[in-house]
Design a protein around this ligand. Sequence first.
Ligand SMILES: C[S@@+](CC[C@H](N)C(=O)[O-])C[C@H]1O[C@@H](n2cnc3c(N)ncnc32)[C@H](O)[C@@H]1O
Length: 434
Amino acid sequence: MALPVSEESVQHEAAHDAAISGSDEGDTPSSPSPTEPRARTPNAIVKEYLLERVPEFRRLDSLREEGWQRPEGDAHFARQRHTADTSNQNGKTAWGFYKRMLSIAQELHDSTGALQIRHTASDPAILDMCAAPGGFLEVAMNQNPGACAVAFSLPESVGGHKLLMPRRSDVMCNFLDVTMLAADMGVGTGMAKAPEPDDTPKTAPTEQGKGQKHKLFGEVIPDNHPDADYFIRERQLQVSQKFDLVFCDGQVLRTHEEHRATYREKREATRLTLTQLALGLEHLRPGGTMVVLLHKVEAWDTVMLLRTFDRFTTGSTRTGRGVRTFKPRAGHKTRSSFYLVAMGVRSDSPEAHRAIARWKNLWRVATFGTDEEWTTAKYGDSSNEENVENLLEEFGDKLVALGRSVWKIQAQALKKAPFMQDAWATARPREFSG
Ligand SMILES: C[S@@+](CC[C@H](N)C(=O)[O-])C[C@H]1O[C@@H](n2cnc3c(N)ncnc32)[C@H](O)[C@@H]1O
């Protein structure tokens, strides 16, 4: 059967679609157990709400349905996957990807003005949580002469993309797996050692960690954890280190898969999103800007995330600040991906502090918890029907305003996609469809 166009058959994106901004496979509240009465799932409630009100969403939904019927979508997205997976070995593809990221960054800036730092008088600084090949960072550095940057990116040796932006002394790039930044995420702040006079543990070590080699102050990394030797136990960002502009554009890569412990697979997209969001917001200067890659405006997790940002981002139409969405035309048009652009983020507000604490805790459970602990931590009772409807009542108009242009651009691109054309479809043998 043809892969659903709505999931774009790009593994990491499909995973993202359902994670914090969509979901990791198999653990959304959208799948009631076979013994439970079939409740309306949060995703279904949001979809119904949008189908009733938003022509752009109705159009996209019907094109996606049509895409389901077309096996050519499989071939198209399989080619995209192959290109993405081999881009490091193929210089031309890697440069093509880099140039596309440069164009997307420029388009994002032209449309929102987000890459220009406006509110800092001195020492403007940029943080890029997943930088390679470096298109965003390069455009942002060019927009802000005098700024410096800290960037992270997955090492090429474990499947990460090559950094292609020109090296420069005002950009410090650390090649590491950000999802392993345990100390920065508040877990495992050092090996067990005799406490110094002012070395007070934030919380007592848990029972689980008692007597173990890696007993840590603050939190414990169990010795028998599959990644016990790989967590990064030293902070990479100092508490006081702040940035004006933060990019969270990480994508889980298939080329990284063979280097990841198996426990990570189901929750990896969420772990990556949570790390970027928590550290990005924690180190953002009040009033700063965050640019976050998300998928599917209409996915329940994305809706909740947009609402969360809306609570601590001050905006007005006059200033152009606040929470916005941006769907590039320069690339990735047929996909559900889009950027959340939050300008004027009150990163010092209680709402922002609560969000950081929640994301860090979710990362901790996603990394160390059982499936049951994970499901409880992720959803609690926030996803019952009444809560979903209340959120839509309060935030629905804003959601529609945020989603409209994203759905419209994706629908236009799908309509024109070669695999949606009749000539293409009839020229291909139907047996490829399932
Ligand atoms: C879409 S690309 C980012 C493009 C970049 N914003 C640009 O403008 O060139 C996604 C990036 O996420 C990185 N990535 C994926 N998983 C990661 C991880 N666990 N830690 C750090 N970086 C990661 C990939 O190596 C890749 O560089």
